[in-house]
Design a protein around this ligand. Structure first.
Ligand SMILES: [Zn+2]
Length: 139
């Protein structure tokens, strides 16, 4: 019997590699394992970096403030339809104003347009200064 790898005569015929090549093979396997571990570790680092990036992006999104001027003007002009509340994310209040106006065939608009007008003014003067998600309003 000869060693498969280097052709040396094998003393131990149950193996197909001589002790030298066997040793080399074993160290290679060990090195491969170390490399795999390194890759896993670097992957973990990558994903935690990505998480950090995502967090930064989320912060950037919430910084995009809704305009209090736009919301205020919507409230004054279209308050009876609750448009300013839909814009700010106060969906429940917006639906209430819209339904009162529609279900009374427009008679309720006397109430809801004043309601919207008051809210529009409150928004413009800063008395209402957060949107439906609690984010502060911009200019
Ligand atoms: Zn060999």
């Amino acid at each position: 019997m000869y060693c498969k790898n280097c052709g040396k005569v094998l003393e131990d015929e149950t193996k197909d590699l001589c002790p030298d090549c066997e040793a080399v093979k074993n160290t290679e396997v060990a090195e491969e394992k170390v490399e795999v571990v390194k890759e896993v570790t670097s992957n973990t680092n990558d994903s935690s970096n990505q998480n950090t990036n995502n967090n930064t992006q989320n912060t950037t999104t919430s910084v995009l403030k809704k305009s209090k001027v736009a919301a205020g003007i919507l409230g004054i002009l279209l308050g009876s339809l609750g448009v300013h509340n839909f814009y700010l994310g106060y969906t429940g209040k917006g639906v209430a104003q819209l339904l009162i106006t529609l279900l009374t065939c427009g008679f309720g608009a006397c109430v809801t347009s004043i309601w919207g007008l008051v809210e529009g003014i409150l928004i413009l003067t800063g008395s209402i200064n957060v949107d439906g998600n609690g984010n502060p309003l911009g200019d």
